[in-house]
Design a protein around this ligand. Sequence first.
Ligand SMILES: CC(C)[C@H](C(=O)O)[C@@H](O)C(=O)O
Ligand code: SF4
Length: 415
Amino acid sequence: MTGTLTEKILSRASGKAVSPGDVIEAKTDIVAFHDLTGYHVIEVMEKANMVKIFDKAKVVVAFDHLSPPPDVRSAEIQGNIRKFVRENKLPNFHDINVGILHELLIENYALPGQVIVAADSHTTTSGAVGAFAQGMGASDVAAAVITGKTWLVVPKPFKVNLKGTPGEWINGKDVALELLGKFKADYFNGMSIEVFVEDPKAFPMDYRATVSNMGIEMNADTLMFVPDAETRNFIKGMRGVEVELITPDKGANYEDEYTIELNRMEPLVAAPYSVDNVRTAREESKVPVDQVYIGSCTNGRISDFAIASKILKGKKVKTRCIAIPSSYEMFKQAMNRGYIEDLVNAGCVVTYGTCGPCLGGHFGVAGPGEVIVSTSSRNFRGRMGSNDAKVYLSGPSVAAASAATGYITDPRDLQ
Ligand SMILES: CC(C)[C@H](C(=O)O)[C@@H](O)C(=O)O
Ligand code: SF4
């Protein structure tokens, strides 16, 4: 039998040949939670009187949402989780100085062919390295922490082909927005998206992580890039290990497929209040902007900072601009390459490794009536603060260009 990537991974994890629609019990390779949901995961385990852990090495905990704690309640929650981590001797714990969970999973843990579940919807991000990664609620994650297993409905596979090479200002976000604009936010419900990249070098891991991250905005169960030379090089570069690549069989069956010609793409935005309200940045070029946010587990990686610094170096921002690399590692890389200095000199406020303004938590919450251009994942009403704020999602090139001019700006139109 020929299998898709989804079928091959889930067959391995469940110990039997699977097909779309099957309800299966799958072994989990990594189970993870963060401060905000970890609180509930632990509560579920304690209430059930089942505080045991299937494999301590396979549980990952990171502080990112309430981090560093903006209030007493958040500090208390983090304190309780630290205690749980200490008492259960969990080795893979990342306190406030490491970064956003999904970024840490890609940098340090996720491998092609794994099944990863975590108590956060953007767990799909690990699909970038070819893992079947799905976000789940706290109870399901608690069950996986205890048993090392989870139940799943095998999704229907959909194939996306990325052809050619993206232009200078195009990034993974534009591909995600293109898919959202074309198919809308609920089309991929019950499906897994498998992305085939024609030229592995043309679409690097950072871009892949952005697209996989937004897989959940497309309502897909997961969004995986078929592992290739880029996957191998990325993991070797980050962790010094060689990985085995798992790939779909030739002739595997997909529900449908869609091809994107990368060289024909233009910088896109998602206008308020929906991720699939997609337009070109040029169509929105009259909109004045109050604040720009460059960061989050969607677009806070080194290539995002490279683009932002290329645009803002030597300029002064005309909006408030907040820039947050998604992890300490990304911060250090951006610092060593001079990007942090460029952004600070341009007038940006920079910190690292927190969800911060992405979900209106802290570090730059949107005020009433304000217009925000953000590289993060969601733009529904109230997402980044006030219900009356308007959030436009974009990639880093449009975000940085908009900070430079004070209006939504396609970087090709910068003087
Ligand atoms: C708080 C958490 C449960 C949530 C998620 O699951 O995605 C958050 O990370 C988000 O991006 O909205
Ligand atoms: S950065 Fe935003 S999208 Fe990512 S986990 Fe944090 S709140 Fe969710």
